[in-house]
Design a protein around this ligand. Structure first.
Ligand SMILES: [Cu+2]
Length: 134
């Protein structure tokens, strides 16, 4: 009986975590931003409104960097993975710190069209780029 219980528990866990649960959503489009030599590349990234996005942010520097979207992710559900340190407040996602040679993945669906700047707000880093939502 113990074995049957464990088997059912495992089956439930696999069912809950398995790929079938996310199959209903459209696969996110993946974009990459690289922080290198205290600049973000590309300077402009274009994404689609209402389409799920995976934004990979790679830090190629020996410095710590931050990804700070100024308006883009307000009141937007953001899932963060990778080895960064995300910060949230009551309005949602605030920023993520990315360690040297670190990598972070943000998953979200852009809500409104427009041009949205993001920066690195660490002292002395004047890093700025933009995401255009069409
Ligand atoms: Cu920086």
């Amino acid at each position: 009986m113990k074995t049957a219980g464990a088997f059912i528990g495992l089956a439930l866990a696999v069912g809950f975590l398995g790929p079938l649960t996310v199959a209903a959503e459209a696969p996110p489009t993946s974009f990459e931003v690289v922080a290198s030599k205290r600049a973000f590349t590309p300077e402009t990234l274009t994404v689609q409104q209402g389409k799920p996005v995976t934004l990979v942010i790679r830090n190629d520097d020996e410095d710590l960097h931050a990804f700070v979207p100024l308006l883009l992710l307000q009141r937007t559900n953001v899932q963060v993975s990778g080895n960064g340190a995300p910060e949230f407040n009551e309005a949602g996602f605030v920023r993520v710190l990315i360690p040297p040679h670190g990598r972070v993945e943000l998953r979200f669906t852009p809500k409104t069209t427009g041009t949205f700047h993001y920066i690195c707000d660490l002292p002395g880093h004047s890093m700025r780029a933009q995401i255009v939502v069409k």
